[in-house]
Write a protein of this length. Structure first.
Length: 455
């Protein structure tokens, strides 16, 4: 028979034991918060939260971690019988995938910030979690400290989300913001981002759009109850964006941002998912246009809730660790109470629409011969590709004038992306065209682009 508990006496409970995989910038912050907030975390969870091991590749590089916690055998740590929750911050696909699958199959809760793994093979993790009844949480995988995934998965579970769009990569947003504010070129802005620690020594994952691509896959999967992988998300980076592009955007009351756009749209036989990442012009009056530096901001549109905006620090050790600790508290609470968190919801199984079928607009700047009939020829080419022109204006361009030409700036109405791409390609083959100088997509994200004369 259990001993009686006197009134006011705390019930003794077993600690929730945590294994940490990785101890880089984020891992160190997780350890710090676990130590500094131990009392608060115990009160919130209903039991002490105890770190029992830290897996690293080179223990000698972590002199600040108690030696008894360090191990190079991540698999042995994950499979220890006394581990309740595995927190993974090593990143990459392997060995993280095998380690987390082992943890989930053994019924251990998992908290991860691994966007690349979730975007490539989140389905396997979700299936393993469902089979064993384990928790799988990953708030920190998108937008750092910003509470975004849990609202999509839980708070808006009773609503129909139609669009999730925004800025989800702080490095590229810093670069584009610097180009807009200082008028610098891409390379100079990238060098500044590197010096300040916003860009890695190899910035390709950020500037080529792959980081945002993985995040878009996760957002689309949650928002539309459909398994979407990174391979399903069309992706363009910002390395081709020039100071001239930024200036062209400013001339029509816009700015350039790298956007992740996930939409649920009507298809020929039912709703489909559109997911893409690319740099685009947005009106200066749109709230996303004022998001500068390394900050993230995401708009969510739902049928009943309307428009919601989530804004904050999207990266960094402390913000990411904050999101991890929030997930850890949720998993630990479930462990103490004997409950389970939300499971994967992929019941809609909507098809993913190729980017070529996705409607968009283009801002096209081209140099042409300055003679009669040129504009009619160009307009006829657009018409043959079934692309409607919204506005045309002529600009002064010394390089075009030197060749006996003029510069035209064309903004299209909405048309399938494939039709617009074919139109741009065909323009370059016209004898009347000296060269297609700049091409950027235009997005209004649900708001009129009045500055461009497009409604």
């Amino acid at each position: 028979m259990d001993e009686a508990v006197a009134p006011g006496e705390a019930i003794r409970v077993q600690p929730v034991r945590v294994a940490l995989l990785g101890c880089g910038t984020v891992g160190r912050e997780v350890m710090r918060l676990l130590d500094e907030q131990a009392g608060e975390l115990a009160a919130r969870v209903g039991a002490p939260v105890e770190l029992v091991g830290v897996a690293v590749r080179r223990p000698h590089k972590h002199p600040d971690v108690p030696e008894e916690l360090l191990t190079t055998d991540a698999s042995a740590l994950v499979n220890r019988p006394d581990v309740d929750v595995v927190v993974e911050v090593i990143g990459g696909i392997d060995p993280a995938r095998g380690l987390l699958l082992d943890a989930l199959k053994a019924g251990r809760g998992v908290v991860t910030a691994n966007k690349a793994l979730l975007a490539e093979d989140g389905a396997s993790l979700a299936e393993a979690a469902d089979a064993s009844g384990a928790d799988l949480y990953y708030e920190a995988s998108v937008a750092g400290a910003i509470p975004l995934l849990r609202p999509l998965r839980e708070s808006l579970a009773g609503d129909k989300i139609t669009r999730v769009a925004g800025i989800v990569n702080g490095t590229t947003n810093f670069i584009l913001s610097a180009m807009a504010s200082a008028g610098t070129g891409y390379r100079e802005a990238l060098d500044e981002a590197t010096e300040l620690g916003y860009a890695e020594a190899d910035p390709s994952a950020d500037v080529d759009g792959y980081d945002a691509q993985a995040k878009a896959a996760i957002l689309a999967s949650l928002a539309f109850h459909t398994r979407v992988t990174a391979a399903d998300v069309y992706c363009e980076g910002i390395s081709a964006v020039t100071a001239a592009d930024i200036a062209a955007a400013e001339a029509v009351g816009c700015t350039v941002k790298l956007l992740a756009i996930c939409e649920r749209v009507p298809g020929t036989t039912g709703d489909v998912v559109s997911a893409r990442v690319y740099p685009a012009m947005i009106p200066l009056g749109h709230p996303l246009a004022s998001v500068d530096g390394a900050y993230n901001a995401v708009f969510v549109e739902a049928e009943a809730a309307g428009q919601l905006m989530f804004y904050g620090q999207g990266a960094g050790g402390a913000p990411t660790a904050s999101a991890i600790l929030g997930d850890l508290v949720a998993v630990a609470r479930n462990r103490v109470a004997g409950g389970r968190g939300p499971r994967e919801s992929a019941h809609a199984s909507l098809p993913v629409q190729p980017v070529g079928h996705t409607p968009t607009r283009y801002h096209i700047s081209l140099d042409v011969h300055d003679r009669a009939g040129v504009l009619a020829t160009i307009a006829g080419l657009f018409a043959r590709h079934e692309v409607s022109i919204a506005t045309v204006r002529q600009e002064t361009a010394r390089d075009a004038e030197a060749d006996g030409g003029a510069r035209l700036v064309i903004v299209t109405h909405t048309a399938p992306d494939a039709a617009l791409a074919a139109t741009v390609a065909a323009l370059g083959e016209l004898d009347e065209v000296l060269g297609v100088d700049r091409v950027l997509r235009v997005e209004n994200l649900g708001r009129p682009v009045s500055a461009l004369g497009v409604s």
